[in-house]
Design a protein around this ligand. Structure first.
Ligand code: GTP
Ligand code: SPV
Ligand code: MN
Length: 568
């Protein structure tokens, strides 16, 4: 810390202890200097609004680098810079950057504080907003520091908002040094280094070396009316429904089912000595998408936003309540930049977010604190696919499932400022987050098959099929539980399916459709397999995979060839 302070020259160093008093004092300071605006209206209690710089509203994939000694280790899926060059560049930026500021030292633990599966880090930051977000998102402070002191090993993260100049903004990872340096952004995944930088990019690298998985997955607990609890992990790209699925509310017809959250964004998965794959959620809070959240779509999220929440980049009503598109009540007076609303503009930024501690979630599962994690029955992959991909399909085995994950694709969203337009391949929803070469990542996934005969079953789902006018064909949200029910029934050998070249699909009679409001034609089209369309899809998947060249595991190519042959 002395070394960092010598380089960055802060006025003062503050070691975070993680106490409630500290949180309140940091918030009070932010309110004094305008970094947080108290939200006083309606039901809201101890909630605040933060307006980020308008140029700094999402992750920046173009400015995110993996700096390994050998460029090939980062792979075509990452931007790369030589470690020496990256350090030179960043030393220059960090030099004196905290003059006139406070340097916060944030020790944190990703995962339950006493779990052997958890890992620690220290983020040094000059942003009090980052410090308060880390309070809500991680187990942070004295207990984490104690664990770090006894373990001696931790991920070193250095962060400064700099001048928020997009031309001087870099998010750099040094997996071989277990370090992260982030400069020039104060937003979400760019700045809360425990989340995407540590728990995914650095952890995925460590996971490969040590034989486990660090994934962009929600973990949900599902209890059936007989009281049996099962756990599903699911990878969906950013802004594609993880938080919503992790806390969904069963529809009336599925009363008796209970759904609880383990995690909404990241899962660390380990194979036990008994061959069972168990997962922990390394996080302790949510940094969730606000737009679209209302009593009907996500009642649990809506509830937990009323107290002790920080909103980033939403609008305000005239009586100081937060407002966003899809809130379904109130009228915005100011947009997310704090300007009076103009007609036709959005009040909230499409990537506006809430930060809230998991303890505020009315359906937080006590099992989320379990040191061994929860046993995973099934893994699901899914993206925003307006066409082609059916509602759900089951992989015939692990290898087929790895291909399904590797072939994932999704429409663009506001969660990244530069992911391009239209459909992009996003293997396992890890395109922006895998800290090493995807070819090696696929090989690592495939390598689990011989290690256990109790691996989770793998599925691909799609809540986002549209008709020609752009209307969603599937009602989604709570109704997604019907698909999870079929998946769990398959795992328990209690449901049938139709074998097709692309995987096993439910027929309409295999799904619980009681009371579901969906037209016959819509249902037919989301349960159909378009053979000609899938032949083209397999062609496009082959082209995508080809960029990984010789390093790509042959088993994946063989699996691709098998599916392509089955399609004829
Ligand atoms: P990140 O936090 O960026 O990783 O996103 P996420 O995957 O957790 O996505 P989230 O659950 O926040 O959902 C993103 C957007 O998709 C929100 O606007 C939701 O309202 C919407 N959404 C979520 N589930 C569904 C669904 O089943 N159907 C439809 N049509 N929209 C959904
Ligand atoms: C995502 O973009 O996948 C998020 C938000 O979960 S961020 O923390 O910005 O990465
Ligand atoms: Mn995410």
């Amino acid at each position: 810390m002395e070394e960092v302070a010598r380089l960055t020259r802060p006025d003062r160093v503050h070691w975070c202890d993680g106490s409630r008093e500290e949180y309140d004092a940091l918030v009070a300071g932010l309110v004094r200097d305008g970094g947080l605006i108290p939200i006083s209206g309606g039901q809201f209690e101890n909630c605040y609004l933060h307006r980020s710089d308008p140029s700094d509203v999402a992750r920046v994939e173009n400015l995110t680098f993996v700096c390994t000694a050998d460029r090939e280790d980062a792979g075509p899926n990452n931007h790369w810079m030589a470690p020496d060059e990256a350090h030179r560049l960043l030393d220059g930026l960090f030099e004196g950057c905290m003059r006139g500021r406070v340097m916060y030292v944030v020790p944190y633990c990703m995962g339950p504080i006493h779990s052997p599966l958890s890992r620690c880090g220290i983020e040094v930051t000059d942003s009090a907003y980052v410090a308060v977000n880390m309070h809500l998102m991680t187990r942070m402070g004295a207990a984490a520091l104690k664990r770090i002191e006894s373990e001696g090993r931790f991920v070193k993260g250095m962060h400064s908002t700099g001048e928020l100049d997009p031309e001087r903004r870099y998010i750099m990872h040094f997996p071989e040094e277990l370090s992260i340096r982030s400069f020039g952004s104060g937003y979400g995944g760019n700045a809360l280094l425990g989340k995407k930088c540590h728990a995914l990019r650095i952890a995925s690298w460590q996971a490969r070396q040590e034989g486990w998985l660090a994934e962009h997955m929600l973990i949900v607990e599902i209890e059936n009316p007989a009281g049996e609890k099962r756990y599903i992990a699911g990878a969906f790209p950013s802004a594609c429904g993880k938080t919503n699925l992790a806390m969904l509310i069963p529809p009336d017809e599925l009363a008796g089912w209970k759904v609880r959250t383990i995690g909404d964004d990241i899962a660390w998965l380990h194979l036990g000595d008994d061959g069972v794959m168990r997962a922990i959620n390394p996080e302790a809070g949510y940094f969730g998408v606000v737009p679209g959240t209302n009593r009907r779509t996500n009642h649990n999220a809506f509830e937990m936003l009323q107290k002790d929440a920080i909103f980033t980049n939403v609008g305000l009503t005239s009586d100081m309540e937060p407002w966003w598109e899809g809130r379904k009540s109130g009228v915005p007076a100011l947009n997310w930049k704090g300007e009076p609303m103009k007609s036709g503009e959005k009040a909230a930024h499409p990537n506006s977010r809430f930060t809230v501690s998991a303890r505020c979630n009315p359906v937080y599962s006590p099992m989320a604190e379990h040191e061994d994690g929860v046993p995973i029955s099934a893994m699901i992959f899914g993206g925003r696919r307006a066409r082609l991909a059916p509602l759900v399909m089951e992989a015939r085995d692990w290898r087929h499932g790895v291909l399904m994950g590797a072939a994932m694709a999704s429409g663009s969203t506001a969660a990244s400022s530069d992911s391009g337009k239209g459909l992009r391949r996003d293997p396992m929803a890890m395109k922006p987050f895998c800290g090493y070469n995807f070819a090696d990542y696929f090989a690592h996934w495939l390598g689990f098959a011989p290690r256990s005969d109790k691996l989770p079953r793998i599925y691909h789902v799609n809540w986002f099929r549209q008709d020609d006018s752009g209307n969603y064909l599937w009602p989604g949200f709570g109704e997604n539980l019907r698909v999870l029910q079929w998946i769990l029934d398959r795992c328990g050998k209690r449901a049938d399916a139709l074998e097709t070249p692309i995987g096993n699909l439910p027929r309409r009679e295999d799904l619980n459709l009681k009371g579901l409001n969906i037209g016959r034609e819509a249902l037919d089209s989301i349960l159909a397999v378009d053979i000609a369309g899938w032949r083209e899809e397999m062609e496009s998947i082959a082209q995508y995979l080809a960029q990984y060249g010789e390093r790509l595991p042959k088993a994946l190519l063989n699996e691709h060839a098998r599916v392509a042959r089955a399609l004829g």
